[in-house]
Design a protein around this ligand. Structure first.
Ligand SMILES: Nc1ncnc2c1ncn2[C@@H]1O[C@H](COP(=O)(O)OP(=O)(O)OP(=O)(O)O)[C@@H](O)[C@H]1O
Length: 255
C-alpha cells in the first residue's frame, strides 16, 4: 500500500496533511502517533477512501481504496464505532461478511466475538454495551471479512487500561499471521510499540512524517515485554520524537 504526494486541505482552508510519500509493507503493522489534531485520522480516512485527497493518491495493490472496501479487503474500526443499533453483536459482526458478499461463516463470527472478550454478549444490542465493549465489537466486525488492510483509529480509546493491555497482546495474532497490513492511530506510546513493526511520528498540523522508527521486537509479544530494555529503548525513541514534534507546535497548529 502506497501514498504518493498524498495531501489534504479541508473545504474552508484547514490544511491537515502536507504531501506525504510513504509505503506500508504488506503484513506490517504501523502505528501513527503525533500531537492532537495533527492529521492522523485524516491520513487514515484517506487510506480508507472515506475522504478524497486534495492532491496525490493512495494505491492498494495498484487500485484506489474504494473498491477494496466494498470487497471486504479493507476494514476499519474507528473510535466511535458505528454499529447498527437494531442488530446484536453477532448480527453486526456477521453483517460485515454479507455486505462484502462473502459467504456466511458462523464459526469465525463466534470465534472473533470470543477473542475480543464478548463471550456471553453475542445476543446483546449495542445500546446495552459499554463504550469499550462496543469498540471491541467493532474490532471483531472489522476482522470478520479477513481484510488485507485493517485501519484502527484509537480502537481502544474507551477501554480500561488493563483490558487495553490485554487487547494489545491478544489481538495482533488475529491479523498478523494472515499477512494483514495494519495502520493504527494511537495516543499511547507503549501501545504503539507493543502492537507495531514501525512507528511513524507525525508533526503538528499540517502533518508530515517527522520520524520513522522500526520496532524489531519478536512476536508473539508477552505481558513482560514492556519491562524489557529493548522495548523501553524503542519507547524512549518514540517519546523523544514526539517531544520534538510538540516543540514545533505553534499556536496556529494547535487550533
Ligand atoms: N471534515 C473536516 N472539515 C474541516 N476540518 C477538519 C475535518 N476533519 C478534520 N478537520 C481538521 O483537520 C485537522 C486534523 O484533524 P484529524 O482528525 O485528522 O487529527 P488527529 O491527529 O486525528 O487528531 P486527534 O489526535 O485529536 O484525534 C484538525 O485541525 C481538524 O479540525
Amino acid at each position: 500500500m502506497t501514498c504518493v504526494g498524498l495531501a489534504k486541505t479541508y473545504p474552508g482552508g484547514v490544511q491537515a496533511l502536507r504531501p506525504i510519500d510513504v509505503t506500508f509493507a504488506e503484513g506490517q503493522t504501523t502505528a501513527l502517533v503525533g500531537p492532537s489534531g495533527c492529521g492522523k485520522s485524516t491520513l487514515l480516512r484517506l487510506v480508507a477512501g472515506l475522504e478524497q485527497p486534495s492532491a496525490g493518491e493512495v494505491r492498494i495493490a495498484g487500485l484506489p481504496p474504494a473498491g477494496q472496501a466494498r470487497q471486504g479487503a479493507l476494514a476499519v474500526a474507528f473510535q466511535d464505532p458505528s454499529l447498527l443499533p437494531w442488530l446484536s453483536v453477532r448480527g453486526n459482526v456477521a453483517l460485515a461478511r454479507k455486505l462484502a458478499r462473502q459467504p456466511a461463516d458462523p464459526v469465525l463470527v463466534e470465534d472473533l466475538i470470543g477473542l475480543v472478550g464478548l463471550d456471553g454478549f453475542a445476543d446483546t444490542r449495542p445500546a446495552a454495551l459499554s463504550g469499550g465493549m462496543r469498540q471491541r465489537a467493532a474490532i471483531a466486525r472489522a476482522l470478520a471479512t479477513r481484510p488485507r488492510i485493517l485501519l484502527l483509529d484509537e480502537p481502544f480509546g474507551a477501554v480500561d487500561e488493563l483490558t487495553r493491555q490485554q487487547l494489545a497482546r491478544d489481538l495482533p495474532p488475529l491479523w498478523q499471521p494472515r499477512g494483514t497490513t495494519t495502520l493504527l492511530v494511537t495516543h499511547s506510546v507503549p501501545e504503539a510499540v507493543m502492537l507495531s513493526d514501525r512507528v511513524l511520528v507525525l508533526s503538528p498540523r499540517p502533518a508530515r512524517i517527522m520520524a520513522d522508527i522500526a520496532v524489531p521486537l519478536q512476536r508473539p509479544r508477552g505481558a513482560a515485554l514492556p519491562e524489557s530494555a529493548a522495548f523501553r529503548a524503542i519507547a524512549a525513541q518514540v517519546t523523544a520524537a514526539l517531544a520534538l514534534s510538540d516543540a514545533e507546535n505553534t499556536p496556529l497548529a494547535a487550533q
